[in-house]
Design a binder for this molecule. Structure first.
Ligand SMILES: O=C(O)CCC(=O)C(=O)O
Length: 307
């Protein structure tokens, strides 16, 4: 695993070749502490309402409050600190190296992932956030030391290169949350590397790179927190949400934040974006229509929505 402290052409070349890159000490300890403090305020409901989430009683302990949440999507929609961290200096340096001079962000996710919480099954982020030029890049900021025990990322190096989106199915594997799983790709779990990183490191990964995380099996009362921000080239339209009656080829989601360079579509304006919301962790089941891979292959596509 290439693991530079300095970013530059060599690290961009590694990213292009392997589909990911680790930058240690990308954030100073004070920056990590600020994000952790802000995370607690968000989960306590002090930064405004979060769709499908009820803020806990004021007297609840920090551990209990954090322990109830797997992930909050779009925290930058309610927290100014989270919004500012979209443009953190080292992160933007790497992004302009691997994406180009003009970079926009469309998503943030704050994973709290306390002990006992599930991981995310194999997937490619471009399946969920399609770009037109394969420029999607996740910047996964470790807020705690991430280990195989507490559910670090696993990545299949080079899996982005073919530019293929593999099929997905609604798995029934209790190790993972309810999001669909990619399958039928020409790699095995043995091809994956565990990306164990200290707090303050950032893992950058391409939108076609297959990745997953396993459950947090660390002792009760501990967390594997990470803030994951997603970026792409500002030149690409973003056909992410069907917002009006435009044909598919013209769809361009504008709930974006520019973090570098110029927005060639600035004349369209921006929208406020998806509201902050909670990601279901599958506790209590994932609903009907979950399949083992064998059943899925035998029975074909389920009628219900797979997402
Ligand atoms: O942090 C994790 O456990 C999973 C993150 C992930 O899969 C993603 O950001 O796409």
């Amino acid at each position: 695993m290439f693991d530079p402290t300095e970013v530059g052409e060599e690290s961009s070349a590694f990213y292009r070749e392997h589909g990911y890159l680790v930058v240690r000490d990308a954030l100073r300890p004070a920056e990590v502490d600020e994000i952790l403090g802000e995370s607690l305020s968000i989960v306590r409901g002090e930064r405004g309402e979060i769709h499908n989430y009820s803020a806990p009683p004021a007297l609840a302990s920090d551990e209990d409050v954090l322990g109830g949440v797997l992930c909050i999507h779009q925290p930058h929609g309610s927290s100014e600190a989270m919004l500012n961290y979209l443009s953190q200096e080292t992160i933007v340096d790497v992004l302009t190296g691997v994406i180009g001079p003009n970079v926009k962000c469309m998503q943030s996710m704050l994973f709290i992932k306390s002990s006992g919480k599930p991981g995310q099954a194999w997937h490619q982020d471009e399946d969920f956030i399609p770009t037109r030029d394969r420029s999607l890049c996740g910047a996964w900021i470790a807020l705690d030391d991430a280990t195989t025990q507490n559910g670090c990322l696993w990545i299949i190096p080079g899996s982005h290169r073919r530019g293929v989106l593999w099929p997905q199915y609604p798995h029934d594997d209790p190790r993972f949350d309810c999001t669909v799983e990619s399958f039928d790709f020409p790699y095995t779990d043995d091809d994956a590397v565990a990306v164990e990183v200290p707090a303050g490191a950032v893992v950058f990964f391409n939108g076609y790179t297959l990745h997953r995380s396993l459950p947090n099996n660390a002792p009760q009362g501990t967390f594997r927190r990470a803030l994951v921000n997603h970026y792409m080239s500002a030149e690409s339209l973003l056909p992410w949400r069907h917002e009006d009656d435009k044909p598919m080829a013209k769809q361009d989601y504008r709930g974006i934040v520019m973090v570098a360079g110029e927005d060639p579509y600035a004349y369209k304006g921006t929208s406020s974006g998806n509201l902050p919301h909670i990601r279901p962790d599958g506790k209590g089941g994932c609903g009907d229509g979950r399949y083992s891979l064998r059943e899925f292959k035998a029975e074909g596509m389920p009628k219900k929505s797979m997402l």
